[in-house]
Design a protein around this ligand. Structure first.
Ligand SMILES: NC(=O)C1=CN([C@@H]2O[C@H](COP(=O)(O)OP(=O)(O)OC[C@H]3O[C@@H](n4cnc5c(N)ncnc54)[C@H](OP(=O)(O)O)[C@@H]3O)[C@@H](O)[C@H]2O)C=CC1
Ligand SMILES: O=C(O)[C@@H]1CCC=N1
Length: 272
């Protein structure tokens, strides 16, 4: 399967790294990217061929649009005459299938995916939505690509993509934010930076490993740490008093709203 990425930034890099480590041949991948330094970096790291946006697209089975949502219209219009029947897959937040299909001149083989950066270590999770006309064969090709970089969730209703974006697409950033905060807290307790990092990383990794292997749900596991009248109880009470849970829910609602807003704003453009 020949795959061309248009856009060689953070998410494309994570997908490419994940695909190659799962046995996809570098010679089957191509990246279009304007930044020469980034092109060199991708070529050096993964041994794949790259090109600038003004060069013709190579023949491909799948073209993955991995540019920012605001760049997608122009990029799609340039790519449209060169698709030659390839499956078009977009990872852009917010941009709906019918919008991309219109920008591609009424192209029907369009699939929308919301991956996340743990794809790099095959620990991603992707939400996928395909228009009704997309064949079973194309769906299987999408499954093959995404299953090699993590789990795959097929959506029946495209509007669910906003929630997927808010939870798992953006989600790694929330977890890194928590790790950063725990590290800062360790520094505030007087630990040196390397010890602070180790304490934060090992605690998060250990808790996740325990949660993944346990029959208990997260709330039960939390209660098992929280001795009556002890230290954890004081900390959780402080978090509850600061409405941390409500803040996390509100933050994800803001992310989902931004995804919808991008979809509305970019979809409003009715020019082909
Ligand atoms: N980062 C993430 O965790 C996730 C991102 N996404 C989606 O993936 C897409 C890319 O995001 P991300 O990788 O973070 O963004 P980046 O900005 O890192 O990557 C986009 C890349 O596309 C390049 N580009 C711009 N114009 C063109 C062009 N004409 N042809 C080819 N490449 C071009 C950009 O160059 P330049 O910077 O010079 O403009 C940039 O290097 C977005 O739509 C985002 O919504 C989805 C899931 C997760
Ligand atoms: O922040 C963004 O818009 C993209 C989509 C999900 C993760 N990154």
């Amino acid at each position: 399967m020949k795959i061309t990425f248009i856009g060689g930034g953070n998410m494309a890099g994570a997908m490419i790294g994940g695909l190659i480590s799962q046995g996809f041949a570098a010679s089957d991948l191509f990246v279009v990217e304007p930044d020469q330094g980034r092109r060199n970096q991708l070529a050096q790291e993964y041994g794949l061929a790259t090109g600038a946006p003004d060069q013709p697209l190579p023949a491909s089975d799948v073209v993955i649009f991995a540019v920012k949502p605001q760049q997608l219209r122009q990029v799609a219009q340039t790519a449209a005459p060169q698709l030659a029947g390839a499956l078009a897959l977009s990872i852009a937040a917010g941009v709906r299938v019918d919008t991309l299909s219109r920008w591609l001149g009424g192209y029907a083989r369009v699939v929308r995916v919301m991956p996340n950066t743990p794809a790099l270590v095959q620990a991603g999770i992707s939400g996928v939505f395909a228009a009704e006309g997309v064949s079973a064969e194309d769906r299987a090709a999408v499954d093959r690509i995404l299953a090699s970089i993590g789990k795959v969730v097929w959506l029946k209703d495209e509007s669910e993509m906003d929630g997927i974006t808010a939870i798992s697409g953006s989600g790694p950033a929330y977890v890194f934010y928590f790790i950063e905060s725990l590290q800062a807290a360790a520094r505030a307790q007087g630990f040196a930076p390397d010890i602070a990092r180790e304490l934060a990383y090992e605690t998060v990794a250990g808790a996740m490993k325990l949660a993944a292997q346990s029959d208990d749900d997260a709330a039960t596991l939390r209660i098992k740490v929280t001795s009556k009248g002890g230290t954890t109880e004081r900390a959780i009470n402080a978090m509850d008093n600061s409405q941390v849970r409500a803040t996390i829910i509100a933050a994800t609602q803001a992310a989902a709203a931004r995804s919808r807003e991008l979809g509305d704003e970019l979809g409003r453009d009715t020019e082909a």
